[in-house]
Design a protein around this ligand. Sequence first.
Ligand code: ATP
Ligand code: MG
Length: 286
Amino acid sequence: MSNRLRLAIQKGGRLSESTTDLLAACGIKISKPDRKLRALAEHFDLEVLFLRDDDIPGYVADGVADVGIVGENVILEKGKTVETLDQLGFAKCRLAIALPRTFSYSSAQDLNDLHIATSYPGLLQHFFDDNGVQATIHEISGSVEIAPGIGLADGICDIVSSGSTLISNGLKEVETVLKSQAVLIASPQLSEEKKQLLDRLRFRIQSVMKAKQHRYILMNVPNTSLDVVTDILPGMKAPTVMPLVKEGWSSVHSVIPEHAFWNVIESLKEAGAEGMLVVPIEKMVL
Ligand code: ATP
Ligand code: MG
């Protein structure tokens, strides 16, 4: 057996670009082969298998691949034994039940006796069981959203992100079955050597993800406002404060979480900060 870490990723589809972008940001370049199913990475002991996303949980569970990147929806549907290690923050979507716009819906009990088309029979049945619903599931593998329009089913259970596909098919979302995003999964049986490679990969992924969730901020602050401003700014340890050539002023640098960004900026302005610059961070190693 090779001591390279074998990573299974989607061959082509909604996960592919974000996955290869993430690997590239981790310093791992893979050249996508045209027809081949595998490729070696540059600068890391990694081999990449390009698969259909449905096959990734099985390959990882069987140990054919050591790790994989795939949507949580696919892992839970397949029910394979894999370890879910990290949420990766992309391919965010939900598995939802949708009915014709004109259907008068108030609770899950209204689903009783309906025929629902889906590519996720396992997760849907689970939802029905949890909610005491008796309904019929039609498993179909694609173009689920047209099923009610052609009389194949009363409603559907499918992946939704913006909901525009549902609307254009005359459907409305009535229940969320699952929220999903891309995750890193691992086989339960990894050698020590592979575990070490995986730790290195996860360390890089986490540094990239943390960086994406933060911004570096620089501003000029009158010294009389420094206490208020440094109270507002968390920073990694504490903000950096350096004197400006202009008397009575300082330059303050800090790192702020993206989600708090606008609130922090407003408070800083009120406190007297000027000339604020906000810059993206490429990697963040704590
Ligand atoms: P494959 O050919 O590999 O089987 P697929 O057609 O089953 O591909 P894609 O449509 O490429 O799958 O979607 C891959 C994953 O991306 C889904 O399982 C889901 O986790 C996520 N996803 C699907 N649709 C969306 C969407 N509209 N927005 C965000 N993420 C999505
Ligand atoms: Mg698929």
